[in-house]
Design a protein around this ligand. Sequence first.
Ligand SMILES: [Zn+2]
Length: 125
Amino acid sequence: MKILLTVNYLVDTDRDNFWDKKGYLIDEIDINLKKRFPQKMKLSDTVCGQRYSMTHKPIDYPNANLITCPICKRLLTDRKKPKPIEGLDNITELANVSICKSCAWQLERGVEIYGIENVIARFKE
Ligand SMILES: [Zn+2]
């Protein structure tokens, strides 16, 4: 069986800390990525993963399909709109507000009782 194992990391830094002026990874980043994600990775005595691809791209460009959960600040994307961002969780609508599934699940009852505005306001305090 072929299994594509995907792990996403969110890097929050200035562009120049990650890419050089030509758009290549700066040497320190390149070396550390190759060290931490080697060509072959032993996962058990019988299972070994082979690096298939490694991508890096900005996701916060103007008009990006990027939404921040107002409760937990997790980055999300809306798969019903153009250009959803691969690797981000889809939004969930709760009382017409886009939030993450985890917050929606935890807050569903509170929203029924107090309303979404009051629930969100509580997390901004
Ligand atoms: Zn959330």
